[in-house]
Design a protein around this ligand. Structure first.
Ligand SMILES: Cc1cc2nc3c(=O)[nH]c(=O)nc-3n(C[C@H](O)[C@H](O)[C@H](O)COP(=O)(O)OP(=O)(O)OC[C@H]3O[C@@H](n4cnc5c(N)ncnc54)[C@H](O)[C@@H]3O)c2cc1C
Length: 144
């Protein structure tokens, strides 16, 4: 289950079989109970075979993510499109950024587009649309 919570390391980290911080385990319990109620499975908690939680403190410690955030800046208007932090540093010449915390945003496809934007910036390519795929690039299609 993916449970949205604030990017706040004070909430603590997760653990095995209920061994995480009180706030994280409580959030997990609440989410499990909600699903149990929606699905009409009263003993859902007891049916769980493996329980492992992760919290903001884990994201800070394991991935060095800012404030333990899991997905980077939210896509509110002031952090979206041209208002979102862009891919080129304003302070350090030649420093570029790719990934979820920069433009265009969160998610693996967005991160790949982000890398593409960086490459286009470095090449001075101001064209719209995706890069051309060269004829000798490895195929991403399976052969089976
Ligand atoms: C639970 C969860 C589910 C998700 N589900 C989906 C999904 O279904 N589909 C989807 O498209 N996206 C999903 N996402 C989002 C997606 O995973 C991220 O947007 C994407 O992985 C971000 O890629 P990134 O390269 O920017 O950062 P990351 O993948 O976080 O990579 C950054 C790497 O840099 C390392 N690092 C940090 N600091 C340093 C340092 N100082 N030195 C060296 N290395 C460092 C970190 O350890 C990490 O390995 C999900 C995310 C989460 C958390």
């Amino acid at each position: 289950m993916l449970v949205p919570i604030p990017a706040d390391t004070a909430l603590g980290g997760g653990g095995s079989e209920g061994g995480g911080s009180a706030a994280i385990e409580q959030a997990a319990d609440t989410a499990i109970d909600q699903i149990a109620s929606w699905a009409g499975i009263d003993d859902l908690r007891e049916r769980i075979v493996v329980r492992e939680t992760k919290g903001p403190a884990d994201f800070l410690e394991d991935y060095n993510s800012w404030r333990g955030g899991m997905l980077g800046p939210a896509h509110i208007l002031s952090q979206s499109a041209m208002f979102r932090a862009q891919n080129e540093s304003r302070r350090v010449s030649g420093l570029y950024y790719a990934g979820a915390t920069t433009a265009p945003g969160v998610g693996v496809p967005m991160c790949l587009i982000s890398a593409e934007i960086v490459l286009k910036r470095i090449r001075g390519d101001h064209s719209s649309g995706p890069l051309e795929v060269s004829a000798d690039a490895p195929s991403t299609k399976g052969t089976a």
